[in-house]
Write a protein that binds this ligand. Structure first.
Ligand SMILES: Cc1cc2nc3c(=O)[nH]c(=O)nc-3n(C[C@H](O)[C@H](O)[C@H](O)COP(=O)(O)OP(=O)(O)OC[C@H]3O[C@@H](n4cnc5c(N)ncnc54)[C@H](O)[C@@H]3O)c2cc1C
Length: 417
């Protein structure tokens, strides 16, 4: 099938079926049944088996007609792809459809107080009790955990093997007595993250995604999707113009699910505001400021082209090359450079929040949000390790604990056993 065939088919289907007056759930049921909501997924699992490039053609047609698509959030971008790659057929049958319809939302329960960069050192434990696992421990930084129905949980099921081999990956129900979620307030005033405490929480053994003890390779699949997931979350989180029940319900869904991500454009540095702000304040007349603006815009443009090369390689089915690994570091560098230029433009006003500050406090929010880019989804230092080892072929970061039973590894956090 080529792009024109796909465009013709999806257009015909949308013209025959898109009805903004349907209930959102009824519309998403149609999407799940037709495969047009998730065109790159397999035909047997709510998709049409199309390559990524043709999936973009489908998205263009949804945008053109103003039709609601699948929901925003990590259910579609992280949980579903992981289930498709590693879940049993029974799990796919049970869990995929409510992700597509938006009935179930998800969160990612990977990081812990003592293991973020060293994720494989996690100490939340899951112990078998009949046909269920009992979970104890703590997760941290869990975006959206306060409203998620399911969590992608990494927990240690075997302490007598090296750290990467004793981890299992579960789909755990968040709404149960053994799970408590506490929001954390950030310095930019938002509360996107949570601490999640497990106190004899239970998860059916049948909810293991991949084999028990093989959770690390499943986690790597999730992390690979995470590196390119935010654009997809944002695309689904755009409010559609138009009127109708499905559109109104989609707006309400977006307002709830995108709340934790509201400040994400600011954390990227808002390069789009720079030229306009420089003109509005007259700082474009200062040669030193102009020079910094030129440096920033050149960097941003180079990153954009590198990103396009990475996407083109993906579309052609080539393995991810150095371009993919550089994208995250570029994003950090651009965000920091943009924050610096915003302060050159705004001066001390940049510190004023709310209606006192420039652009109703947006500039202050940029300054307070930019540090997150260098941490989320793997810190800059970890990205540099990845680039040096996997792209440049340099020697590996020394590891003293990779071959020992995890029980015997010295740990830095009190939930160790
Ligand atoms: C906006 C945002 C959203 C997030 N959402 C989620 C989520 O939904 N779910 C989730 O599970 N997690 C989430 N995280 C957590 C994120 O994955 C971790 O914060 C990140 O992996 C870093 O771990 P850490 O905070 O424990 O830092 P640490 O690992 O303690 O690192 C501290 C410092 O040491 C450096 N360092 C550590 N190891 C090395 C090394 N080997 N070589 C060189 N330097 C090193 C780091 O670069 C860093 O500067 C989120 C984080 C942010 C900022």
């Amino acid at each position: 099938m080529n792009a024109e065939d796909v465009r013709r088919d999806v257009r015909a289907w949308l013209e025959a079926n898109w009805n903004p007056d349907l209930a959102l759930l009824a519309w998403r049921d149609l999407l799940a049944g037709s495969g047009w909501g998730c065109p790159t997924w397999p035909v047997e699992w709510y998709g049409r088996g199309l390559p990524v490039a043709l999936g973009d053609v489908v998205a263009e047609e949804f945008d053109r007609i103003g039709a609601v698509s699948t929901p925003p959030g990590v259910g579609m971008t992280l949980a579903a792809p992981t289930l498709l790659e590693h879940g049993s057929d029974e799990l796919k049958r049970r869990l995929l459809r409510p992700i597509v319809t938006g009935e179930d939302t998800w969160c990612q329960l990977f990081s812990e107080p003592g293991s973020g960069s060293d994720l494989a050192g996690l100490t939340t434990r899951a112990e078998l009790d009949g046909d269920e696992y009992v979970v104890n421990g703590q997760k941290l930084w869990s975006t959206s955990a306060h409203h998620a129905r399911y969590g992608m949980l990494l927990a240690r099921t075997n302490w007598d093997v090296p750290k990467h081999r004793g981890i299992s990956y579960f789909a755990i129900e968040m709404h149960q007595p053994g799970v408590s979620v506490r929001p954390l307030k950030q310095m930019n005033g938002h509360a996107s993250f949570n601490e999640v405490f497990f106190n004899d929480a239970r998860v059916p053994a049948a909810n293991a995604i991949g084999a028990v003890g093989d959770g690390w390779s499943v986690a790597l699949a999730t992390l690979a999707h995470e590196r390119r997931s935010f654009d997809a979350i944002q695309a689904r989180g755009r409010k559609l113009p138009g009127k109708g029940r499905a559109i109104d319900e989609n707006r309400a869904e977006i307002a709830e699910l995108m709340e934790p991500y509201k400040w994400y454009p600011q954390r990227a540095g808002r390069v789009d505001l720079i030229v306009e702000r420089a003109k509005a304040t007259g700082r474009n007349a200062d040669p030193l400021v102009r020079q910094e603006i030129a440096k920033l815009l050149s960097l941003a443009r180079a990153a954009e082209w590198t990103g396009r090369r990475a996407k083109a390689a993906r579309v052609l089915g080539r393995p991810p090359g150095p371009e993919g690994s550089l994208g995250k570091l570029y994003a950090s560098q651009i965000a920091r450079a943009a924050a610096h230029v915003h302060t050159l433009i705004s001066g001390s006003d940049a510190m004023l929040q709310g209606s006192d500050g420039p652009l109703e406090g947006t500039i202050a929010e940029i300054l307070l949000s930019v540090p997150a880019v260098s941490i989320a989804g793997g810190t800059d230092e970890i990205q540099r390790n990845i680039v040096s080892e996997r792209v440049l072929g340099m020697p590996k970061d020394p590891q003293i604990d990779a071959a020992r039973a995890f029980r015997d590894v010295p740990k830095n956090f009190s939930t160790q056993r």
